[in-house]
Design a protein around this ligand. Structure first.
Ligand code: AMP
Ligand code: FE
Ligand code: FE
Ligand code: ZN
Length: 275
C-alpha cells in the first residue's frame, strides 16, 4: 500500500495526458498518487475522475516554482483550495514569466539552432505551464540533441549562454500561502544539487518556521549523504518524510513509483489539510 506523491502530466512538462498517466499508475503496484504539475491545478478534475474509474486514491497537488536569491526552490502543495486568490496570483505571475522567459531563450537558441517559438508550442499541451523540457523537445525535433536529458546536460543548463531566469515567488512566502489556502506544503527534492544551487540550511529552517509540513527526502536527486541530515530535521521539527518519483513520462529517467510514501504518512498528510 504505497503512494507516489509527485508525478507530472502534459498540464506541465510530463509527456502523457492525465488519462494516459492515470492508466499507467493503475497498471502499477501503487495504491494512490498525487498529480503535482508545475504551477497549475488544471489536471485535478480529470485526474480525480480517472482515478475513481481505476479505483486509485487521488491526492490533488501542485509543484510551485519558487526562487530565493537566485536559488530555484520547488514547493509541493497538497490539498489546497485551488481558488485561493493570493496563491493563484503568484502562480499566474510565474506562468506568464515562464512563457516570456521561454520565448527569450528560443530567440537566443535560434541564433545557433533551427528552432522557433512555434516548434516549442507544438510540443506544449494546450494551456500547459511552459518549461525548458518543451524547448528540449523542439531541440530533439530539430535533430540538435537525442532527448531531453541530453538537452539538459548542456544546452539548457543554468550555466548555458541561452539560459534566462523567470519570476518565482519567495519560498517562505509560498509556504505561508499554501497554509492560508488550507494546503500542506512539502519541500520538493530539497538537496537536488545536480540542478544547480540548492536551498541553504538557513532557508530550510525559515521555511519550517513559516509552516513547512514535510520534506521529500526519498527522491533520486537528493544525495545519500544529505538524507540523514534531512531525517534529523524531520525528527526535530515533527515533519512528514515523503518519497516520490517526480515521474515525467518518457521525458526523464525517473521511473513511476521508484520512491514511494507509505499509507500512514499519507493519512497524516491528509489530517494536516484544512479544506
Ligand atoms: P524549468 O521549469 O523551465 O526551470 O525546467 C526545469 C524542469 O525540467 C524540471 O522541473 C524538470 O521537470 C525538468 N528537468 C530537469 N532536468 C531534466 C532532465 N535531465 N531531463 C528531463 N527533464 C528535466
Ligand atoms: Fe518538471
Ligand atoms: Fe521539481
Ligand atoms: Zn517535479
Amino acid at each position: 500500500m504505497t503512494y507516489d506523491l509527485h508525478v507530472h502530466s502534459r498540464v506541465s512538462d510530463g509527456t502523457q495526458s492525465v488519462p494516459e498517466l492515470v492508466a499507467e499508475i493503475a497498471d502499477s503496484d501503487l495504491e494512490g498518487f498525487a498529480l503535482t504539475d508545475h504551477d497549475s491545478t488544471a489536471g485535478w478534475t480529470t485526474a480525480a475522475k480517472e482515478a475513481e474509474k481505476h479505483g486509485l486514491d487521488f491526492i490533488p497537488g501542485m509543484e510551485i516554482s519558487c526562487s530565493s536569491n537566485g536559488v530555484s526552490v520547488h514547493l509541493l502543495s497538497y490539498l489546497h483550495d485551488p481558488n485561493y486568490q493570493p496563491l493563484l496570483d503568484e502562480i499566474s505571475r510565474a506562468r506568464d514569466s515562464r512563457t516570456q522567459r521561454a520565448q527569450r531563450m528560443v530567440e537566443l537558441l535560434a541564433e545557433d539552432y533551427p528552432i522557433s517559438w512555434a516548434d516549442v508550442l507544438a510540443h506544449t499541451g494546450e494551456g500547459a505551464t511552459i518549461g525548458r523540457p518543451h524547448i528540449a523537445d523542439a531541440l530533439v525535433s530539430a535533430g540538435a540533441v537525442h532527448n531531453r536529458t541530453e538537452a539538459f546536460a548542456n544546452v539548457l543548463t543554468p550555466q548555458s549562454k541561452y539560459y534566462v531566469n523567470h519570476y518565482a515567488v519567495d519560498p517562505v512566502r509560498a509556504v505561508q500561502l499554501v497554509r492560508e489556502a488550507g494546503g500542506v506544503p512539502v519541500m520538493a527534492h530539497p538537496r537536488a544539487r545536480s540542478r544547480g544551487r540548492v536551498a541553504s540550511a538557513e532557508l530550510i529552517e525559515e521555511m519550517i518556521a513559516a509552516g513547512l509540513a514535510g520534506l521529500e527526502i526519498y527522491h533520486r536527486d537528493n544525495p545519500e549523504e544529505d538524507r540523514r541530515w534531512l531525517e534529523s530535521l524531520v525528527t526535530e521539527h515533527d515533519l512528514l518524510a515523503t518519497g516520490s518519483s517526480d515521474y515525467h513520462g518518457g521525458g526523464k529517467l525517473n521511473r513511476l513509483g521508484e520512491n514511494t510514501t507509505d499509507v500512514q504518512t499519507v493519512f497524516q498528510l491528509r489530517t494536516l489539510a484544512k479544506v
